[in-house]
Design a binder for this molecule. Structure first.
Ligand SMILES: C[S@@+](CC[C@H](N)C(=O)[O-])C[C@H]1O[C@@H](n2cnc3c(N)ncnc32)[C@H](O)[C@@H]1O
Length: 287
């Protein structure tokens, strides 16, 4: 038997039944799915968000409606993450309503969060029908994972190895399907294609709010590269976070570190940047 196998076997013996010290993402998901699967989830959501109203409708009711209308699957694990992170997303979104510029979501999937934002927009502007709202996605699924996107998983021998979490181009969506969910907002623009190439189809203009939720390092970085210079001062970019998306987090860290941009990280690993005034230059002048 090669020495490395002997060493691993010895380690296994020494470990005995002791649970692993490090919990890897798939193990966390399994544990919380089990735990939250037994909990009265809706009761928890009502306690957390009973005071949150958007356009006269309770936030929990509205977001449930968006999830149902778009047939977005949720699991006990990601449910709290979704309700908490989307509440913060709406707050940041509403905070940019006075900032000039269009708004976008990169990484739309079935459109649940974009639909929530459209309702939030209409709560502040009664005649809003989707104008200046851009939904950008391949609409066929995720691109190829790179080295920053791999997550640690425990092998059969107990040793960690790194694997891609997201399969390539495997989503059950299409632009037509998602368009059908935006009947109340017919002026919404859907942009179908891979990031970054799809950005060439956008009008050259300024922006006030961008939600980047594309799960991987490369498209997250490319979206930041594209939108940040075009963002008006006071504009906000929210990069979604997840234990399955180390690359997306690193992309935001790298982007901000290189430019010394201040940003915050919220409870579900979302990174949020508010563009600071640059001393008079316009967004289109590229800071
Ligand atoms: C996590 S889902 C978005 C979820 C959505 N924001 C929501 O809240 O329901 C990620 C989306 O990113 C898209 N995506 C991933 N990589 C992409 C790329 N390189 N270009 C365009 N879209 C991409 C996938 O098609 C998928 O729909």
């Amino acid at each position: 038997m090669p020495l490395v196998h002997l060493l691993r076997a010895a380690r296994r013996l020494m470990r005995g039944n002791t649970p692993p010290i490090t919990e890897y993402p798939l193990e966390t998901e399994r544990r919380l799915n089990e735990l939250h699967g037994r909990a009265p989830v809706d009761q928890h959501l009502r306690v957390l968000f009973h005071n949150d109203v958007i356009g006269g409708e309770n936030y929990v009711d509205l977001y449930w409606r968006c999830l149902h209308e778009t047939k977005t699957p949720v699991t006990p694990f990601n449910l709290f993450h979704r309700f908490q992170s989307r509440r913060d997303l709406v707050r940041y979104f509403l905070a940019t309503l006075a900032v000039p510029g269009a708004r976008a979501e990169c990484g739309v999937y079935r459109g649940a969060s974009a639909l929530l934002l459209a309702h939030a927009w209409r709560s502040a502007q009664a005649d809003f029908r989707g104008k200046d709202f851009y939904l950008i996605d391949s609409f066929v699924g995720t691109s190829v994972s790179g080295k920053h996107d791999l997550i640690p998983v425990r092998g059969d021998d107990g040793m960690p190895r790194r694997e891609a979490f997201f399969p390539v181009a495997k989503a059950d969506i299409s632009p037509e399907l998602v368009r059908g969910y935006f009947g109340e907002f017919p002026d919404t623009t859907l942009c179908a294609g891979w990031i970054p190439q799809v950005f060439a189809t956008l009008p050259e203009r300024d922006w006030s709010f961008v939600h980047i939720d594309v799960t991987l390092y490369e498209p997250t970085l490319r979206a930041l590269d594209y939108f940040y210079p075009r963002l008006n001062p006071g504009g906000i970019i929210v990069c979604d976070g997840s234990i399955f998306c180390p690359g997306a987090k690193k992309a935001c860290d790298d982007f901000c570190d290189q430019r010394k941009l201040p940003f915050v990280v919220l409870g579900n690993r979302e990174s949020v940047l508010i563009k600071q005034p640059t001393g008079g230059g316009t967004a289109m002048a590229r800071s």
